[in-house]
Design a protein around this ligand. Structure first.
Ligand SMILES: Nc1ncnc2c1ncn2[C@@H]1O[C@H](COP(=O)(O)OP(=O)(O)O)[C@@H](O)[C@H]1O
Ligand SMILES: [Mg+2]
Length: 261
């Protein structure tokens, strides 16, 4: 499904500020995999997403999506297949456009878009999808998105990113800026949508409980490397305490021996 082969990213190469953000990353995900990603600040998590989505160029290595080499495909082309959510709820939606217009935008992803051609046949589809969010937005299609709360806006962004089912969904701490209750709601919603549409998903989180609770795999990153990939029985048996211990004390040598398949 998604395959990363020996992927490396170096910022400011050849200068005193040279920074290896990703170092020979190898990863293979199956269709429908939902991997949670943890790792301290600067571990390279966001860079990994940026590289997969084409916002950052890799220095070496290969990215394959559904068997197709997309390493040199421009970001806008990859966007047809890759949905993304960020920490900031203000990203991903257009504030001065209505909920309906925003949904139309994402529904037209990759096609020639014109608001004037906006047809009302989608209205019911949008209303049904919004109803699923359970935020009372289904009767407010004409409301400007800028008036929504952070949680509502992030839920709408999620809907927009998945309205046309993406091959891959990248969630970069997408609930970190929300209050705890709203964060859990958006997280549960994400899980529901991902399961219903069998979307291959990668989710960066700082919450260790969520890292084990959601998805079927957990990946730990450190210094631009994947130092552990926990899955199967190992993951089922793992407690939050064990994960925290592993996260804070592990070296690549240790996790290589114990976990990395
Ligand atoms: N656009 C960039 N230019 C230069 N350095 C960057 C850039 N993006 C990230 N970095 C650096 O790469 C490293 C990894 O960053 P990042 O992927 O954002 O980590 P994480 O998301 O795990 O916190 C950090 O040292 C960061 O400062
Ligand atoms: Mg980050």
């Amino acid at each position: 499904m998604l395959e990363l082969k020996d992927l490396s990213v170096v910022f400011y190469k050849g200068t005193v500020n040279e920074k290896v953000a990703l170092s020979h990353v190898n990863l293979k995900l199956e269709a429908g995999d939902f991997v949670t990603i943890i790792g301290s600040n600067g571990a390279g998590k966001s860079t990994l997403f940026q590289t997969i989505s084409g916002a950052v160029e890799s220095d070496s290595g290969q990215i394959l999506l559904n068997g197709k080499d997309i390493t040199f495909e421009p970001e806008y082309k990859r966007a047809r297949h890759i949905g993304r959510l960020f920490q900031d709820p203000l990203k991903g939606t257009a504030p001065h456009m209505t909920i309906e217009e925003n949904l139309h935008l994402s529904n037209q992803r990759g096609k020639h878009f014109s608001l004037s051609l906006m047809s009302h046949k989608y209205r019911t589809l949008f209303q049904e999808s919004l109803k699923e969010l359970d935020l009372g937005l289904e009767n407010r299609l004409d409301m400007k998105v800028g008036l929504l709360s952070g949680g509502q806006r992030q839920a709408l962004t999620l809907l927009m990113a998945t309205l046309v089912t993406p091959d891959l969904l990248l969630l970069d701490e997408h609930t970190a800026a929300l209050d705890p209750k709203t964060a859990q709601k958006v997280l549960q919603l994400s899980d529901k949508i991902v399961k219903e549409h069998h979307i291959t998903t990668m989710m960066i989180t700082h919450n260790m409980e969520d890292a084990l609770k959601y998805g079927n795999k957990t990946m730990i990153m450190k210094d631009g490397q994947i130092i552990a990939l926990i899955e199967g029985e190992e993951r089922k048996k793992m407690t939050v305490e064990q994960l925290i211990h592993l996260y804070s004390s592990s070296t690549k040598e240790y996790t290589d021996r114990v976990f990395l398949k």
